[in-house]
Each structure stands twice: as structure tokens, then as C-alpha cells.
Design a protein around this ligand. Structure first.
Ligand SMILES: C[C@](O)(CO)[C@H](O)COP(=O)(O)OP(=O)(O)OC[C@H]1O[C@@H](n2ccc(N)nc2=O)[C@H](O)[C@@H]1O
Ligand SMILES: Nc1ncnc2c1ncn2[C@@H]1O[C@H](COP(=O)(O)OP(=O)(O)OP(=O)(O)O)[C@@H](O)[C@H]1O
Length: 269
């Protein structure tokens, strides 16, 4: 079975408070975007994981796809598989690429072996692999809270808008980014603001990570400003960086402008 684990963006990200377990409670909106890896999972004589494309640091046995497989194999009768991953989504980029691979592995194994794991249980398995992972199980726009792994429906439809994602190939560690934050609950209700026209978001839909990371990495702020200068209706950093995105009313080819960086552009669904 071949699937295409896609990336996400965060629209607004408020780091509300530090939790007893060391994680942070956050509020954000997740929106799926089309920048994707390719993942093939086939029954095989023994388990194997191989990847191609962007190099993934670390032992293949600890890759999130392998971890997802071993986690399910503890509880279900799953046969060995060979997993082949073509990695295209930048790593340490705030796009949840690894989390998406893991969630898609759960979904594929569930289907391939007829495991009939309920949606709630798939979400629970995904939560064990990472905070971003659960979003990719349903993979639809949502408002998220707690660790970013509990969801509420959100009436946000950006289908047909054009998005440009710019990744300056800076790897930012999520744990380090959280460590540099002073949590502060926002007074704004993100769900309410996101029902207003996108033109109104610029001053109020904020990603708290920008405050600590922009002074450290000036290139991030520069890219965000360029996206606005090129006509973005809203621009921001995704997650803990380093990817910036701009949302446009119409198709706007910025591949030339940002030629020195990794760029993905396309329509939102
Ligand atoms: C920044 C976001 O991408 C926004 O969607 C996510 O919050 C990050 O989610 P993720 O990459 O799946 O993160 P995890 O793998 O769960 O955690 C990595 C590290 O980030 C920190 N972390 C993560 C999520 C969270 N709500 N609070 C945290 O403090 C913790 O130090 C944790 O050890
Ligand atoms: N399949 C995978 N793809 C990418 N990274 C993986 C994968 N498996 C394990 N990892 C590890 O996960 C880390 C990065 O994860 P990820 O790509 O989700 O980062 P990110 O884009 O910053 O995500 P987030 O938005 O969740 O912060 C790296 O340390 C990498 O070695």
C-alpha cells in the first residue's frame, strides 16, 4: 500500500502554561498542507525500514514509522512488513513530517491487516508517539488544546487559497524551542478570530515561538516580511519553526524569489 503523509501548518499558536509532566498546554489551529512524503508498506518475510530522499538522523529502528509498527505489533497480530519511506518534508521544520509518517503507518497497518482499531484508539496510539501525531489520524482542520493532541471541530475552510511554504533549512529542535518560552495565556479566542476575514488576522493570530526565535534567527522574520510584501493575506511561522508560510487569495509563484530556500507552493484543500 502506498500513501502520501502530508505536512501541517499551525495557524496561531499560544503556549498557555507549563504542565507538571514538563510538556506545555497549547492552543492552536492545525491545517493540512500538500507537502508530502511517500510511504510504501508491504507484507514481507521480516521487518525492515528503509528511507530515501532527505536524510533522517538516527537509527532506522527508532524511526517513527518503525516505532509505530512495533507499538501495534505488541498489541495486535500484525505480520512483518517492509517499510519504504521517501522523505521530502523538511525535518525540524515545524511541519510535523515525522509525526505524519507515524500516523500514516498506524492507519496503513490498521487497513492492511484488518485490525479494526477504533478511531479513539488510533488517536491514543498516535499520542504515544508525539504530540503532533494525533492530528494526522483524521488529518482535517481542527482547533487543538492541551498538549496539542486534543481536538475540537473548527469551521475554518481555506480551500482554494494559495499557500507558499518557505523553509530556510535551519533545523530547530522542538524541545529547545519550548525551553526558550515564557508561557502566557492569550486573551484572544483563536476560534473566534479565525471566523473573521483573513485580512484581520495579521495583528492578532500569533505564534508565540516567533517572539523567542525571530531575534535569534533574523532570517525567519525577513522571510515573513517578504511574504507580506509579495501580497500574502496572512503570514506566520509554523509550529516551532523553521518554516514560514504565506496564504494568498490567488496563485502566486514565489519559487524564484525564495530560490535559495526550500519552497513548496500549492492550493489548500
Ligand atoms: C510545536 C508543535 O509542532 C505545534 O504543533 C508541537 O507542539 C510539537 O509536537 P511534537 O514535535 O510532536 O513534540 P513531541 O515529540 O511530543 O515533544 C518534543 C518535545 O517538545 C516539548 N513539548 C512538546 C509538545 C508540547 N505540547 N509541549 C512541550 O513542551 C517537550 O519538551 C518534548 O520533549
Ligand atoms: N519519519 C521521520 N521523519 C522525520 N523525522 C523523524 C522520523 N522519524 C524520526 N524522526 C526524528 O524526529 C525529529 C523531527 O521530527 P519532525 O520532522 O516531526 O520535526 P518537525 O517538523 O520540527 O515537527 P514538529 O512540527 O512536530 O515540531 C528528528 O529528530 C528525526 O530524527
Amino acid at each position: 500500500m502506498v500513501v502520501f503523509p502530508n505536512a501541517k501548518i499551525n495557524i496561531g499558536l499560544n503556549i498557555v502554561e507549563k504542565r507538571q509532566d514538563g510538556f506545555h498546554n497549547i492552543e492552536s489551529c492545525f491545517y493540512p498542507v500538500g507537502w508530502s512524503d511517500a510511504l510504501e508498506i508491504l507484507p514481507a518475510e521480516s521487518f525492515s525500514f528503509q528511507s530515501d530522499g532527505i536524510n533522517i538522523p538516527g537509527d532506522p529502528a527508532t524511526n517513527l514509522c518503525s516505532r509505530a509498527y512495533y507499538m501495534l505489533a505488541e498489541d495486535y497480530d500484525v505480520e512483518p512488513v517492509s517499510i519504504q519511506l521517501l522523505k521530502a518534508v523538511p525535518i525540524g521544520a515545524g511541519l510535523g513530517g515525522g509525526s505524519s509518517d507515524a500516523a500514516f503507518t498506524i492507519k496503513v497497518l490498521n487497513e492492511l491487516f484488518g485490525l479494526e482499531i477504533s478511531l479513539e484508539k488510533q488517536l491514543d496510539y498516535a499520542r504515544r508517539l508525539g504530540s503532533d501525531c494525533a492530528f494526522f489520524i483524521e488529518n482535517k482542520p481542527v482547533y487543538c488544546f492541551e498538549k496539542g493532541d486534543r481536538f475540537e471541530e473548527i469551521g475554518l475552510n481555506l480551500a482554494g487559497k494559495w499557500i507558499v511554504l518557505v523553509n530556510p533549512e535551519l533545523h530547530i529542535s522542538t524541545a529547545e524551542a519550548y525551553a526558550g518560552i515564557q508561557p502566557l495565556r492569550s486573551e484572544n479566542d483563536l476560534r473566534e478570530i479565525l471566523t473573521t476575514p483573513m485580512e484581520n488576522w495579521k495583528e492578532v493570530v500569533k505564534n508565540d515561538f516567533e517572539t523567542s526565535l525571530f531575534p535569534k534567527y533574523p532570517v525567519l522574520k525577513k522571510i515573513k516580511e517578504s511574504l507580506y510584501n509579495k501580497g500574502a493575506k496572512y503570514a506566520a511561522m509554523s509550529g516551532s519553526g523553521s518554516t514560514l508560510y504565506g496564504i494568498f487569495d490567488e496563485e502566486t509563484d514565489l519559487s524564484g524569489i525564495f530560490g535559495q530556500y526550500k519552497v513548496w507552493q500549492g492550493y489548500l484543500k
